[in-house]
Ligand binder design. Structure first.
Ligand code: TEU
Length: 539
């Protein structure tokens, strides 16, 4: 697991083989040789199960089937087989916190079946908790006068994990996919599955402390491990937990706890929020970014926890647009961001398009957006008194659709993603394609090199983490250490040259990687704009 590199393909937008404008499983299969070339070990696929697609498949109506728009179960079996033949494993997205209100469990509950009513979180009086997509987190449960909890959209009803029958149903789901040869699971919002039995109004704004990282969540995850994937040590697991803490991160991932292999946290992707609010226009705060990365790097290292490392996913605008002057330094910036994560302690994830330096789509109109959260946000911004232009500007900066635009393969129509009209419009930088990148693979080749290095040098895969030059104004740096080797990694986060003093022992070290030609190592090291520099010494 420590030298594994995982690629995230958003199936809806990866490659469409039918011409209906929606990517599919056969599309992923066709592109396997490309991913083999990149060098990854596993592909995480976002949900492709039957779903009304209110939240792009995170509203599941049947856990053990394939939505026909993505293919058939036979296609899935073929995909797993074809991938294994290339030494690539498949990781599935398990959304076990909630189901679509179209799911038969919810429908039976609504029809009055008491057994299924106990599958959900029903109360006579709602609490003040806010839905992550805006508004109160409770909706009327039919005409019963009661309310059901939905931490996300009203069509995503939270499941009652306190009910052992619910847990057993969900464990069966995981086992079902294990039997199909799946070797990885990404557990959606898994740190919020454990609500208390008595639910209280929250003192914090959204209510999240009342249901996030409760001790019971650890117990449920431990049971999930023991009842399902724990039997197979080759299975890789990752828990998604946006706002968790380092102490909890350690508890979720320390091997003796038997919970998860690693976790995603999102704190480093909230550093361009104004007063903690996402839907704002705010440049990223470098000091906040580095202190978060150090806190997690060092904290998890000392506590024997394990991070999933990432800049991008299907819920985030492209990191290149957020952290780099892409007008002038798209390529070098992409390399520097990649090195920051891939040389770090944890398991790196690459989100589709990142390896060719794809950018936010820069849409011209609000009508181009599809995401439910973006649409709600646009309305909220207008309600707050913003003009249509101001609201569009902010949605363009922060929308999840920024990452969900079709993968850009070549210069043919719709960037080679589909022969038909894509479900979501191709971005305005359609010249950034796999075809063009492979002619001169400066970003793709850099990722290949990073993957090769991780597999060659134990200090990258296994070394511990120590923050370096913590107070620097534009350099993010750390040292990785094993008994035999030390690696110093320096990253300049700005478009201006800077100097950073390096420890004496590295001055005679070997340059393992950099993205600027003719670099020499000096005690007072000069770093060019967006330069990354990794120096190795033997101990
Ligand atoms: O996301 C959970 C989550 O907390 C966020 O990333 C969320 O999208 C963000 O707070 C909105 O601003 C997961 C999935 O990755 C996401 O796509 C789903 O919408 C969500 O769970 C519900 O299943």
């Amino acid at each position: 697991m420590k030298n594994t590199v995982i690629y995230q393909a958003y199936p809806k937008s990866f490659y469409d083989t039918t011409g209906d404008g929606v990517g599919n499983l056969n599309g992923v299969k066709e592109k396997l040789p490309y991913l083999r070339e990149l060098g990854i070990d596993m592909i995480w696929l976002n949900p492709f199960y039957p779903s009304p697609q209110r939240d792009n498949g995170y509203d599941i109506s049947d856990y053990c089937a394939i939505d026909p728009r993505f293919g058939t179960m036979a296609d899935f079996t073929e995909l797993v087989k074809a991938a294994k033949a290339l030494d690539i494993e498949i990781m599935l997205d398990m959304v076990l916190n909630h189901v679509s209100t179209d799911h038969e469990w919810f429908q039976k509950a609504l029809a009055g079946d008491k057994k299924y009513q106990d599958y959900f979180i029903l109360r006579d009086t709602p609490t003040n908790w806010q839905s992550k997509f805006g508004g109160n987190a409770w909706a009327p449960f039919g005409d019963t006068g009661r309310y059901y909890l939905h931490l996300f959209d009203p069509t995503q009803a939270d499941l009652n994990w306190h009910n052992p029958e619910v847990r057993e149903e969900l464990f069966q789901v995981v086992r079902f996919w294990m039997e199909k040869g799946v070797k990885g699971f990404r557990f959606d919002v898994i740190n919020v599955i454990g609500k208390d039995v008595v639910l209280k109004d929250a003192a914090d704004q959204e209510g999240k402390f009342e249901y996030t990282d409760r001790p019971i969540a650890h117990e449920f995850i431990h049971e999930l491990n023991r009842e399902t994937f724990g039997v197979d040590p080759t299975i890789v697991t990752v828990g998604e937990m946006s706002s968790t803490t380092v102490p909890n991160g350690i508890l979720y991932t320390r091997p003796d706890r038997e919970e998860l292999a690693m976790i995603f946290n999102f704190h480093h992707l909230k550093v361009d929020y104004e007063n903690g609010q996402k839907w704002t226009d705010q440049p990223f705060n470098f000091k906040q970014l580095t202190s978060i990365l150090h806190e997690w790097g060092q904290g998890m290292s000392e506590g024997d926890g394990w991070n999933a490392l990432f800049w991008n996913n299907h819920d985030q605008p492209r990191a290149l647009n957020r952290f780099v002057d892409v007008e002038n330094y798209r390529i070098r910036g992409a390399q520097m961001l990649a090195a920051t994560m891939h040389l770090n302690r944890g398991t790196p994830f690459i989100y589709m398009g990142e390896e060719i330096g794809m950018l936010d789509p820069d849409y011209d109109s609000i009508a181009d957006f599809e995401d439910i959260e973006s649409k709600n946000a646009y309305q909220m911004l207008m309600d707050q008194g913003k003009t249509a232009d101001e609201a569009l500007h902010i949605v363009k900066l922060k929308s999840r659709d920024n990452a969900r635009t079709p993968m850009q393969w070549d210069s043919s129509k719709h960037a080679g993603f589909s022969k038909g009209k894509p479900w979501l419009k191709v971005g305005n930088h359609a010249d950034i394609t796999v075809e063009n990148e492979l002619k001169d693979p400066q970003i793709f080749g850099f990722y290949q090199e990073l993957i090769r290095l991780r597999k060659t040098y134990p200090v990258i895969a296994e070394g511990n983490y120590e923050a370096y030059a913590k107070e620097h104004d534009q350099v993010f740096a750390y040292v990785r250490q094993t008994e035999d080797a030390e690696l110093l990694v320096l990253n300049n986060y700005y478009g201006t040259e800077t100097t950073v003093e390096i420890p004496e022992r590295f001055v005679t070290g070997e340059i393992l990687l950099t993205n600027v030609n003719d670099t020499t190592v000096e005690r007072k090291q000069i770093l060019a704009p967006y330069q990354t520099l990794a120096i190795l010494v033997k101990r």
